[in-house]
Design a protein around this ligand. Structure first.
Ligand SMILES: Nc1ncnc2c1ncn2[C@@H]1O[C@H](COP(=O)(O)OP(=O)(O)OP(=O)(O)O)[C@@H](O)[C@H]1O
Length: 304
């Protein structure tokens, strides 16, 4: 659905994107993560055809951002990291205004408003003033604005920032339901721990480049990640694991290793037996519940 090739973007004083290439499959949720200043917002703005690249190309649904920005605006919704709402207006009026400014005719606007409000769970608040909504509901209203024209692609820049845990959980469920309804979502976030609740791919960006060159599959059900810990240091832990069939070592030091391994109790038991047989004092062998964070921290900062 989205295809980015060798994208370079420059502000007057800084090259913010240094040759980014990526693809985003249709009807998926891709998380865009990385440290402050990595280039996430710049990339999202280029995907949304709001900024023109210095070189390279971006296509969304087969349209090129340079040659058909308006076509892309029609098929795409964008929630910026800082958004404003007309606090004195009702939810209905705000959404109606957005629908009309998106070119939806007056005869269809009311149905579009009702649909967008109900998709984000605001159907019973249409007559409430935006200024009276909680932060979580304001975020939902801003997302409703971004989807009122039923885009195929939705870009969300830090949508979870400042939300409490319940509102973040609701937001995750909302994103999944939008994806299930056919949308393709790209979401930038700093909150790694919750990405696994909703996204299927993670792209790490650092200093304007995609780390590792590829998206990371968030949930690989067949090959989960395990953390192996040993009580006494062994410099050969990585080499030993590397040599085992079916094991991929993501990171390792003398005391622990993060590995991927087939989800089979028998093969896990065999690996533990082999470790013990080779004199490794295994103190723990557990599935990593923070697989994304592990993957993120094993990748970010390596190039420095
Ligand atoms: N309008 C601008 N003018 C000049 N430089 C900018 C501008 N906007 C961003 N930059 C610079 O471009 C780089 C990428 O910024 P960007 O906002 O895309 O990063 P980010 O990953 O979204 O950061 P954050 O997580 O803090 O929002 C940074 O070095 C930033 O200082």
């Amino acid at each position: 659905m989205i295809d980015v090739r060798d994208l370079v973007y420059e502000y007057p004083s800084v090259r913010a994107l240094k040759g980014v290439s990526l693809t985003v499959p249709a009807q998926t949720i891709t998380a865009l993560v990385g440290p402050n200043g990595a280039g996430k917002t710049t990339l999202l703005r280029c995907l949304a055809a709001l900024d023109d690249p210095y070189s390279g190309s971006v296509t969304v649904g087969g349209l090129d951002t340079r040659t058909d920005p308006r076509g892309i605006h029609a098929m795409l919704g964008y929630l910026p990291d800082f958004f404003g709402l007309y606090d004195t207006l009702s939810v209905r009026r705000i959404l109606t205004y957005t629908a009309r400014s998106r070119g939806i005719g007056s005869d269809l606007a009311s149905a579009a408003v009702d649909k967008a409000a109900s998709r984000v769970g605001l159907a019973d608040r249409l007559d409430q003033r935006a200024g009276d909504l909680s932060r979580g509901l304001r975020q939902r209203l801003a997302i409703a604005q971004a989807i009122v024209h039923e885009p195929k692609v939705l870009l969300l820049d830090e949508p979870a920032a400042g939300l409490d845990p319940q509102a973040r959980r609701d937001l995750s469920a909302l994103m999944v339901s939008l994806k299930d309804g056919g949308m393709t979502l790209v979401v930038s976030s700093h909150i790694l721990a919750e990405l696994e609740d909703y996204c299927s791919e993670m792209i790490i960006i650092e200093e304007g480049m995609i780390v590792g060159g590829n998206a990371i599959k968030v949930k690989d059900v067949a090959r989960p990640r395990y953390i192996v810990e040993i009580a006494t240091a062994r410099a050969d832990l990585r080499d030993f694991l590397d040599a085992r069939a079916g094991v991929d070592v993501i990171e390792a030091d003398e005391y622990h290793a993060l590995i991927t391994h087939p989800r089979s109790a028998a093969s896990r038991a065999r690996l533990i037996r082999e470790l013990l047989g080779a004199g490794f004092e295994v103190s723990s062998f557990a599935e990593s519940t923070r697989a994304l964070e592990d993957a993120y921290f094993s990748q970010v900062g390596q190039g420095r």
